[in-house]
Design a protein. Sequence first.
Length: 458
Amino acid sequence: MMTGDQYRSSLKDGRRIYFRGQRVDDVTTHPTFAQQVDAAAVGYDKIYDPDPNGLSQLMEAPRSIEALRRQTEDEPDLLSGISCTSAMTLLTAADRLDARRPQGADNIRAYVKDIQRRDLRIVECITDAKGDRTLAPAKQADPDAYLRVIERRTDGVVIRGCKLHIAQAPIAHELMVIPTKSMKPDEGDYSIACGVAVDTPGVKIVNAGTLPSDVDRRDYPFADAHFCSHGFVIFDDVFVPNERIFLDGEADLSAAFAHSLGTWTRVRGLARMIDEADIMAGFASLIADANGLEKVAHIREKITDMAIHATVLRALLEAALSNARTLPSGMVAPDELYISTGKWIGASERALMTRHLQDIAGGSLLTAPSRADLDNPETGDLVRKYMVGAAAYDGEYRLKLFHALKDLTVSATGVYRSIASLTAGGGLFAQRVVLRNRYDIGRARRMALESVGMEREG
Ligand SMILES: Cc1cc2nc3c(=O)[nH]c(=O)nc-3n(C[C@H](O)[C@H](O)[C@H](O)COP(=O)(O)OP(=O)(O)OC[C@H]3O[C@@H](n4cnc5c(N)ncnc54)[C@H](O)[C@@H]3O)c2cc1C
């Protein structure tokens, strides 16, 4: 396994990363990316095992509910979490490929084993550019709107296209490339799943960041602690050797990957939503105290709403883990009905929880002076004095709370988090589709009839 420092060195491989119009020569020293690299390096050190023959346990398929729970709840760092989700997605899909495309399933298992042996990190490349949303891939004006195979050779394929929004790609080693949806029989060229190393010729990653570079980072504590880059991962005619191809041409199997990813990415997303719901409830209680409002009835009700929200999400995650199912390979996967329900409630109610928090905090959430104004001898003591709410708390403490709340709810990071909760892992509608498919409506109909003594429908 790699230490944090070995991981840092492994990223100096000539990868083509771009940010705000410039090529980034070294992500480990670039002011925007270094912070993410450091967070991932801490994760490496946290789980480092010096055994030279060891395999990274990070991507070991869970074989029991307890192992699944540990995997979901213990995340050494964000990149490790994404890597684990990617590996679980591939291994789940392998089970579905076994009967029809055994070579693809074997390639997946060998690929994941190799990643474990070399202790690499993989990110999820699923969302295509998609062009006109109402048109199928083969009907788009630009045939590259969905990633596709443009050439087949005896030793592999050449792919072209772009995956959008991809989290943490500049600091990972591998790209898990999978179809974004179910493909039709005439869309064999779009039915491609494979593993591509980030430094492969033809791969370019163009990133977006949330925080402007000229701000005082102390005023943006969330952005600073939790920055995550998102990028266009462009595959500009990239060669993929046969052993890294998991699916090529079998349109009817294309949905297996997106389906598997949905389950694994949402379970992790739900676990993180619970943390965030608790943090929001915690901040609501802290700022209510600092404002002297903790005993006011409507404030207490709002904090209670936030506690109920966090508890419902936690209960749904618990239900998803307790009702996990065992796949043919022996791998244990979370229950999709509870996961999708939790993810849907978490995303759709987040706006109300944000409203409660902002309502309790008051206007200083938007207008509190900067930490630099505290450093200025001409203004520091005056800002501290007038920032005091309840006398038990000093002005600087209350100012820091306001900065945290602003960053959590309305800064570029706050907006990022609210949109991420709505769309990452599939939009609200995607959660509803899974939920509707998994909910036992037949049983509900029978119960409805039985409850009034009716024996059958019609
Ligand atoms: C912060 C963040 C992180 C992300 N990380 C990753 C990542 O690491 N890897 C990755 O692959 N993706 C990632 N995504 C992408 C995410 O999965 C997509 O944003 C999501 O699937 C929605 O796709 P879209 O953005 O193209 O929106 P669209 O698909 O354009 O959806 C917009 C709206 O249009 C509706 N719609 C779309 N098509 C149709 C149609 N044909 N008929 C009816 N309604 C339709 C949708 O339901 C939705 O309401 C991330 C997104 C965000 C915001």
